[in-house]
Write a protein that binds this ligand. Sequence first.
Ligand code: ATP
Length: 869
Amino acid sequence: MLEYHQQSSLEIMKRLDVTNQGLNDYDVQNRKKIYGSNKLVEGKRTSTFAVFFGQFKDLLVIILIIAAFISFLLGEVGSTIVIMIVVILNAILGTVQHVKAEQSLDNLKALTTPVAKVMRNNQIVEISSEDIVVGDLLYLVAGDYINADGRLLESHNLHINESSLTGESFAVAKSTEPINENHVSIGDKKNMVFTGGFVTTGRGTIIVTAIGMETEIGKIANLLDTAKEKKTPLQVSLDHFGENLALGITMICVAIFTIDLFRGRELVESFMFAVSLAVAAIPEALSSIVTIVLAFGTQKMAKENAIIRKLYAVESLGSVSVICSDKTGTLTENKMTVQQVYTDQKVIPKDQLNTEIAIEKNLILMALLCNDALERDNIEIGDPTEIALVKLGKQYGLDELIVRSNNPRVAEIPFDSDRKLMTTVHRSNLQSMMITKGAVDVLLPKIAKIETSTGVRTITEEHRNKIEEVNRDFSMNGLRVIAIAYKDIQVHQSIDAWGERDLIFVGLIAMMDPPRKESKASVESCIKAGIKPVMITGDHKITATAIAKQIGILNDPSEAIEGYEIEGLTDQQLQEKVQDISVYARVTPEHKIRIVKAWQEKGHVVAMTGDGVNDGPALKQADIGVAMGITGTEVAKDASSMILTDDNFSTIVKAISNGRSLYTNIKNAILFLLSGNTGAIFVVLYATVLGLPVPFAPVHLLFINLLTDSLPAIAIGLEPNNKNTMKDKPRDIQTPLLNKKFTIQVMLEGLLIAISTIIAFRIGLQTGDTLTATTMAFTTLCLSRLVHGFNSRSKESIFTIGVFSNKYTWLAFLIGFLCLHLVLFIPSLTGVFEVATLSGVQLVIIYSLSCMPFLVNQWYKLLFVRSTK
Ligand code: ATP
């Protein structure tokens, strides 16, 4: 059988049994059964079972299991049971955390599966790319990723970048002509497109010939990487820190073990104690706490319209000091309405056009023809600029579809925000008409004549000056202006961008795109938070300046420059200037990269928005590449680290605020873990140095580790956003989390817990036996760490931020409190956990001492921590 590239489009349609109306539901169902889903097979995931057993690989856990075994051999079945319960519960907790984090990351990924536009049941619909079947008619426009292999049926200047398959970085021009050769390499199959490529310009339609593993890339790839989320910089540094800490703690434990032996304590007992101390003091949960907090945090952000694609972005979000944002649709509503028109040397309000006058009617007709938008039953499809033109037509009884069917389009050069122009060719009887619309400053140099009510004339300087003056007036009112021109060409004359010259000017159409209601407040909040908002737009400088002024981005017109001015600056000069510029107009994607780099060179962390196919490199260069979920191309989304599902600038600001909070929460959770563990070590060191009895039984330490580690730490990680978050300056990304100040804080807080515990221990020793003393020490350490969970919620006092505003910390506290009291008071447990029966007075002493670190901490915060309220 002939290969697809050798056959004509009609033959392929017949071969795959498809009509112009696309497949119907029945066909789709059948084909799904035959060909399966359009997915590349992923590598196997680790099962929950494997994750669970993976928890036992940890060296400490292995040592614990050995310890349990030794206890068993020595007949201490109680200890064996307790250790094994602790080990298993720990593994369950670890597994639940892992699975939960993975689930929420999967949910995030599901939100970003690519979509495809296909013709089905004679209607163009958007489907998930996984649902594409062989025979589907797929529509491609600039910026789309190609998600199936297919043969071209239609191509308008379609260029595809196939570098992922062929290594060729230049885009390939595609055509529909059959190729009469047998063995043609992928790169030479000009009439086919392949999964993995993306459309750089133009548009086209393909019929899908292969999906999933049958595609060319599927055949090469065999197995797709499971795309395991890489660890974030914070996690890497915590892992590193954790390893060093573990080493330090192990050394302390070995020292304590040796001293114990030296003092004549039994070998097994000393060993068990040293191991338990290591388990209690080493914060195994560090990195996984970060994962789980980030996973929950990103889910919350997704609900607030910001989908995080790369976890590390959350960490950088809190440090963002510059947001470079598009104007149209991000700062403005992207709902354009025509306001005024300029034609035949007159400015006419949009309601006062007269379609009896040929030139006025022609202007509207051309605006409808050189246009891809549609409006039916209040449903709008297409670019808002073009929808505005369609609505103008409707106002004067000119229906876009009727106008278009009377003047069929035979060729086109689609709109491209680099060129800022769009051209279409329409057939009439003997001649064809070429219509070009686009930015005034780009179109005007291509104009040779002007249409007037008295006929077509050569354009004069005076005409040009007048057009420029009107354009300026429109722009100063924040209006976006489109110029429209045309010329007659020969039938069948092929067109390209070179043909866009010697045009006849017809008129200007000016439209309003109001700023979003929330933009002004968000810009203000950015500035207060030490973040510089910068507008980067393809629009005219004067329009951009007017809008920027309205929303507070710009104060003085000197803060605005045009893209071409950047070209005259060296990188060094741009760096010097960059901090004084708030608006960049008529910008191309190359300018965007230079702007990002200039800010970064100045030591800033930059968030940059983008939607177009050429925005990819700038989005990748930015610390946070932000793609538009609604208007963004698949290519932009793929290059981004965050997607805005509502395209709204305010969402970026909200995401930054969330990013700041998440980082603070993670820091607080770590502070909690480390300070509590330090407390335990201080107590043991104290007792060892002074030659006092050992303050805890091994089971005590294991129990404390189980109850006072992960649960409260996660609860602290879930602390709601503090409303003062956006009053601080951005966090310096260079400052490590575990800096000197943080270490001192850990030590001081650990010391407070240790002091309480030591006092309890000493009172126990003085008033009772060793068992009572260890029970008091154990209970105080456990309880004070649980109460300390409230301290770690914020650098401010909990009486300032709200005692009950984080219900998870209460839940973690209550679970811990309850379990502790079960151990203390249920007779069958007291033996196993080696605790004495405590008197009421002793309990009161313990409760009071446990609250001491809390009270000191809160007192300090109330008195000395500046409330930013
Ligand atoms: P931003 O980067 O803020 O989103 P933008 O995306 O609106 O700006 P472009 O879409 O690149 O910028 O538009 C740049 C200019 O191109 C506009 O000022 C307008 O004159 C012209 N233009 C926009 N849309 C069209 C279109 N569909 N057809 C022809 N010209 C257009």
